[in-house]
Write a protein that binds this ligand. Structure first.
Ligand SMILES: NCc1[nH]cc(CCC(=O)O)c1CC(=O)O
Length: 322
């Protein structure tokens, strides 16, 4: 049988090269392939700046697009058609000409406590005074310093597997990592405790994948919509609007938690100082359909409680290089 329609297009997917990025990208490829058996989806990998600079604390180099810029250039230059990101690494303001086309179903967005084997059976509450906790996230640092001032906090960089090796050889007593990353890499057995929101509010977009493409590519956009999860999308849009409104990137001490019950979205947000001394936190609820409005509303509430001053102090400190 002959067909008069144009031959199906080959769609090129861009991905970072880290193990986690590849697992996520191949998952997206597989989901799309199931929905569109006639389209060829090819994976193209690229190194990003964030993969190359491994010896400098993230907070000092800033993170605006550190893990996404090369992929975005690839889309603008027509080398790839869309890129799969850990949504939490994707800045809240995208370059001109690109759009966040779809957000897929989120894994558990919480943070996890991963212990050195000598602390087997313990929780964050039972770790000894002075325990060395590895984290490179100001958000985790600020919240944990507030609740556990007796721990020692130490920066840790490198991809997930490198970090686990550093823990195992005794450089740290514990690491705080995203549950989602560990699950996707088949390391859920290393999670000793999932930290509840009372201990750590997670990062904006944590546990979800964000798929970015050219804003004028309506064909790719409609294909990507097939694997979108509407609830995750509403939750993450609220979280991203909150972060955007506070003008914070991934590397600021801003945490969130969201929940949708019967079409109502509840968003909790925190802004903390790096030393863990000042915290402002509040919660808003409204229609999930008004997700972005809720995010902006919560940002306004926290600004009135002092969030602006906390964030300004942090930006000045980072610029001074302290
Ligand atoms: N910033 C690094 C990063 N980006 C995404 C994940 C994990 C997966 C996710 O949060 O979706 C991680 C590692 C971590 O925070 O432990």
């Amino acid at each position: 049988m002959t067909s008069v329609s144009s031959p199906p297009r080959t769609i090129r997917i861009g991905s970072r090269k880290s193990q986690l990025a590849l697992v996520q990208t191949y998952w997206v490829q597989e989901q799309l392939q199931k929905s569109f058996p006639d389209i060829t989806f090819e994976v193209h990998t690229m190194s990003t700046q964030g993969d190359k600079i491994l010896d400098v604390a993230l907070a000092k180099i800033g993170d605006k697009g550190l893990f996404t810029k090369e992929l975005e250039l690839g889309m603008i230059n027509q080398e790839i058609d869309f890129a799969v990101h850990s949504l939490k690494d994707l800045p809240t303001k995208l370059p001109e000409g690109l759009t966040l086309a779809a957000i897929t179903e989120r894994e558990n967005p919480a943070d996890a406590l991963v212990l050195h084997e000598k602390y087997k059976g313990q929780t964050i509450d039972t770790l000894p005074e002075g325990a060395v906790i590895g984290t490179s996230s100001l958000r985790r640092l600020a919240q944990l310093r507030n609740k556990f001032p007796h721990f020692t906090f130490k920066d840790v960089r490198g991809n997930l597997i490198t970090r686990m090796e550093k823990l195992d050889k005794g450089d740290y007593d514990a690491l705080i990592l995203a549950v989602a990353g560990l699950e996707r890499l088949g390391m859920s057995d290393r999670i000793h405790q999932v930290l509840p929101p009372e201990i750590s509010l997670h990062a904006v977009g944590q546990g979800a994948l964000g798929i970015e493409c050219r804003a004028d590519d309506s064909e790719v956009i409609s294909i990507l919509k097939a694997i979108e999860d509407p609830q995750t999308r509403d939750r993450c849009l609220a979280e991203r609007a909150f972060l955007r409104s506070l003008e914070g990137g991934c590397q600021v001490p801003i945490g969130v938690n969201t929940e949708i019950v019967d079409g109502n979205l509840t968003l909790t947000g925190i802004v903390a100082s790096v030393d863990g001394q000042k915290l402002v936190q509040d919660t808003v609820t409204g229609l999930a359909n008004d997700a972005e409005k809720l995010g902006t509303e919560l940002a306004n509430i926290l600004r009135k409680q002092g969030a602006t001053e906390i964030l300004e102090t942090i930006f000045t400190e980072i610029q001074r290089g302290s």
